[in-house]
Design a protein around this ligand. Structure first.
Ligand code: ZN
Length: 498
């Protein structure tokens, strides 16, 4: 399937409908060596947001990268991670685009990586899973075929898009058709106050007609992907108790209730047998889907069967009839359950970590309250800290419910027909042809557009460039270089689109 797609993209690249794309492809082919080497330097710097000295090194290198493109970079200090800003303003431009890309990454567990260090990038002639060998002449090689991959933390999420952005600027000779601004964020993963800080202190620079977020993997059909919204979230922890301590299962089995069983029963009461959430009001805020949204779902390539095979999913469930519809509903997942201890005792407490994925119409507070009301309806007395023995003895059923700080984020959605954003799909249509790119109404995970939307009421659209199998957030993260080459091409087309 991938081979056919490449052929299609190549032939379209030569089509007269597109705005001079052939020279971009040519530029990329001639400069693959230097693009890869610049990228390797970027992914070699550790980038967990708690490691501030490394975050600052990233910011300095990014400043230099924007400087090389004449983008008048500025490093904006904040109480936490610095951000890097750059711009290329064009006389007479009728549109200003602000690109948002983040340069921090998730923590790494070195032991699980199949290379010495996630920050000593490795280039492979294919994917690790297929046993592709390491490429040893990276320092001198000029050609990097599409199937080669760079393995390093943040290769896909989200330094690959930074490289695509700066190389696209090179490929168009630094001459966009519209004003281009870019903000590079150093604490996207897990959040932090720095974004709010710069929005407050540099509002004039950050104002734009549209915000384009470059983040997230492409749709599994491997086609360029535009998304018009993202879900938000909230997290909570539920612990049920049956005694102050675990008790011998021989001496007390058939007498002491098992906290693991109680918790399982409680969680089961929240679902129908087919996985629809049975908590009162859980889906009530979702508005009927407009016809245009249903049409958009239909146009997304159906990869259901292939995905089930790829991930060994024997059955699917939930409230929706398709994945796309499901991403436009709130979702409830139990990320982890833990209870019991060694020593042959009945569990006296058991905990579930619950994650809510919420759509734009949901209020996180209201959704959490609905869950608490459900737990209460099952006969539980609810506390917010560990109960003492007297409190335990006073209630037949008792549960502690706490919300996880930092787990609350806002959902957002942009109307794809808004005049300020239609040019993005138009540019992709001109470049790839109808049906050769994917439009997604709502991305399942969180994308922090909220601060921009609140401050500037700016329409937000996301574009995914990385391969869907990039292992983002986990071990052996990678970027397939064919996706980098195509990403450069796509961004160049967007920057030049009139
Ligand atoms: Zn990301």
């Amino acid at each position: 399937m991938k081979r056919i797609l490449c052929a299609v993209v190549f032939s379209l690249a030569a089509s007269p409908a597109s705005a001079q794309p052939a020279d971009v492809g040519d530029f990329v082919r001639r400069h693959q060596g230097e693009i890869v080497r610049e990228f390797l330097e970027l992914v070699a710097i550790p980038n967990h947001r708690a490691d501030l000295p490394s975050i600052k090194r990233n910011a300095e290198l990014l400043r230099q990268m924007l400087e090389r493109r004449g983008m008048k970079p500025e490093v904006w200090e904040t109480p936490t991670a610095p951000l890097v800003y750059g711009e290329r303003l064009v006389p007479g431009a009728t549109r200003t685009i602000l690109f948002y890309i983040h340069f921090d990454g998730q923590p790494v567990d070195k032991a699980n990586w199949k290379q010495d260090d996630p920050f000593k990038p490795v280039v492979r002639a294919g994917s690790l899973e297929e046993g592709a060998p390491i490429v040893t002449d990276v320092a001198t090689r000029e050609s990097f075929p599409d199937h080669f991959r760079v393995y390093a933390r943040s290769a896909g999420d989200d330094k690959g898009p930074i490289q695509a952005f700066v190389s696209a600027m090179d490929a168009i000779g630094g001459k966009p058709a519209q004003n281009i601004k870019v903000i590079l964020h150093g604490e996207e993963e897990g959040g932090g106050p720095s974004l709010d800080h710069v929005i407050k202190n540099h509002a004039d620079k950050l104002r734009s007609d549209v915000l384009i977020i470059l983040d997230g993997p492409q749709h599994p059909s491997d086609k360029p992907t535009i998304y018009y919204g993202a879900r938000g979230g909230a997290g909570l922890e539920v612990t049920v108790y049956t005694a102050k301590t675990g008790m011998h299962s021989g001496n007390y089995g058939n007498w002491l209730p098992d906290a693991n069983v109680r918790l399982s029963q409680l969680i089961s009461s929240m679902f129908t047998p087919t996985g629809t959430v049975a908590i009162d009001g859980f889906y009530d805020d979702v508005l009927p889907l407009p016809t245009a949204a249903l049409q958009m779902f239909k146009e997304v390539p159906d990869v259901n069967d292939a995905m089930q095979k790829l991930y060994g999913v024997g059955s699917i469930d939930g409230a929706a009839s398709s994945l796309q519809e499901g991403l436009n509903l709130p979702a409830f997942s139990v990320h982890m359950m833990k209870g019991g201890e060694v020593g042959g005792v009945i569990a006296a407490s058991s905990t579930a970590e619950i994650a809510l994925r919420l759509v734009k119409e949901n209020s996180p507070r209201v959704m959490v309250d609905r869950i608490i009301a459900h737990i209460r309806k099952q006969g539980y007395f609810i506390v917010d800290k560990d109960p003492d023995t007297a409190t335990l003895a006073a209630h037949p059923r008792i549960a502690k419910v706490t919300t996880r700080a930092g787990a609350v984020s806002g959902a957002w959605r942009t109307d794809p027909d808004l005049p300020a954003v239609t040019f993005i799909a138009d540019a992709f249509r001109a470049k790839y042809g109808r049906g050769n790119f994917v439009r997604i109404r709502t991305l399942g995970g969180g994308i922090p557009a909220g601060p921009f939307i609140n401050a500037f009421q700016v329409p937000v659209v996301g574009i995914s460039l990385a391969n869907y199998d990039d292992n983002q957030h986990t071990d052996n993260e990678n970027l397939r270089l064919g996706h980098l080459w195509k990403g450069i091409d796509a961004l160049a087309a967007l920057m030049r689109y009139r």
